[in-house]
Write a protein that binds this ligand. Structure first.
Ligand code: GUN
Ligand code: ZN
Length: 430
């Protein structure tokens, strides 16, 4: 048995702090014990240290160990269009995004981008993500292969889009379905990989394509459904015009059996009361993408209403619409969205959204999201002195909440000193 012991301050959450005020665990002098890539135990050094025998201890000074971050929605082929301004979503898609994604027909382009993307995720402290590739089957293969090589817990699936997109970026309903089925057979459940059936959004799929996506979900009960929902007013109007028999945007996904308890919808910014009620009843999750929602001027996510309806929420970067791969930066902007919604998000909730909340949204909370014994040991060593200002602010902090809040407001990739995947060092800041 391979055992590794990490000593530092330790923080994780046992549950959603908005349900359970005692869910947060902050241990100033803590220890994380890892055995064969899994958490053996996490707790106070004073309680656990004395019975650990002579296994060497890795001591991380001025550091906080937290679970690896989960990015609940991100597009790996959009790294070349991050930071491209546009008036609004549909403009941004047509001007910047679609032309760039066409290049992923070339497997070599996809392989290079997938490797770069995963290296960047780990450098930013993200150990798990639910990821869009492009419409090209090879783009999903490239990411699965790269994630497998790094032993990362990751979900993706070939994008389905058979209309309202340029040449080179459309499949057909039948080809999209058979390619997805082949990818499920090859990758789903292999090691730490999960397949997500991924219609881009209702506007780029025909009825037939959405019907076949629903059939895939029924035939493969373990896979996820990943798509966009209610991001932008022009988009919503377009979807309503394309599906006149559906009462609203969510109704399109419901009609085709795509709104399930394994569905993850990015955004959900402009949902009606009826849609929110049905989101809760369907058990679907939302990926909250604050940097993207602000950058594209899409709207302000209403987390209070999500909570009211029991909708699971994960935090997400939505790069390239989003402006940072850092979940710390994303917490910063989530907090500001909350302020504009008159809902002040506490630091425990911010970290919850980026760890266990995301894990729950992706149906991976049995494996990751906190340091419960037996979970996979994906964790970060955050540097409490990453910048002079962060060090100064944290020196003045009086409570764990203040330390976490300073990290969320002032932290970014510079604060990620080391990233461990299943107990093994996967990134170390130089
Ligand atoms: N809706 C459909 N495609 C996209 C995309 O690539 N990014 C975002 N933010 N929204 C979308
Ligand atoms: Zn997106």
């Amino acid at each position: 048995m391979a055992r590794h012991i990490h000593r530092a301050a330790v923080f994780h959450l046992l549950d959603d702090p908005s349900h359970d005020p005692d869910a947060a665990r902050y241990i100033p002098d803590g220890v994380l014990v890892v055995e064969d890539g899994h958490v053996a135990e996490a707790g106070a050094w004073s309680a656990i240290g004395p019975r650990l025998g002579d296994t060497p201890v890795t001591r991380h000074r001025d550091a906080l160990i937290v679970p690896g971050f989960v990015d609940a929605h991100v597009h790996y082929p959009q790294l070349d269009v991050i930071a491209s301004p546009a008036a609004h979503l549909l403009d941004w898609l047509n001007t910047h995004t679609f032309p760039s994604e066409i290049r992923f027909a070339d497997r070599a382009v996809a392989d290079e981008a997938a490797a770069f993307f995963l290296t960047e995720l780990l450098r930013h402290g993200t150990t798990t993500a639910l990821v869009y590739p492009t419409v090209h089957k090879g783009s999903a293969e490239a990411l699965f292969a790269a994630a497998q090589a790094r032993n990362m817990r990751l979900a993706t699936g070939k994008v389905l889009m058979d209309r309202n997109a340029p040449d080179g970026l459309r499949d057909t309903a039948d080809e999209g379905s058979s390619d997805s089925a082949a990818l499920i057979a090859k990758w789903h459940g292999k090691g730490r990989l999960t397949y997500a059936v991924t219609p881009r959004f209702a506007a780029t799929s025909t009825d037939r394509q959405l019907e076949l996506a629903g059939a895939l979900l029924r035939e493969h009960p373990g896979v996820l459904l990943h798509t966009h929902l209610s991001e932008n007013h022009e988009e919503i109007a377009l979807v309503r015009s394309l599906f006149p028999d559906c009462a609203d945007y969510l109704g399109v996904y419901e009609k085709f059996g795509l709104a399930t308890d394994r569905s993850v919808f990015a955004h959900g910014l402009h949902l009606s009361d009826s849609e929110w009620t049905r989101m809760g009843a369907n058990g679907s999750a939302i990926a909250f993408c604050p940097t993207s929602n602000l950058f594209l001027g899409s709207g302000l996510f209403d987390i209070a209403t999500a909570h009211k309806h029991g909708v699971t929420v994960g935090l997400a970067t939505d790069v390239g619409g989003g402006t940072s791969l850092s979940l710390l930066q994303t917490m910063n902007e989530a907090f500001k969205v909350g302020q504009l919604r008159r809902r002040m998000l506490d630091p425990f909730t911010l970290f919850y959204l980026a760890t266990l909340g995301g894990a729950k949204a992706l149906k991976m909370d049995a494996h990751i999201g906190n340091f419960a014994a037996g979970k996979e040991a994906d964790f970060l060593v955050l540097d409490l002195a990453a910048t002079p200002l962060l060090a100064r602010r944290i020196a003045a902090a009086r409570t764990p909440g203040e330390i976490l809040f300073a990290l969320a407001m002032l932290g970014d990739d510079r604060a990620v000193k080391a990233t461990y995947v299943a107990g093994a060092l996967a990134h170390s800041r130089v």
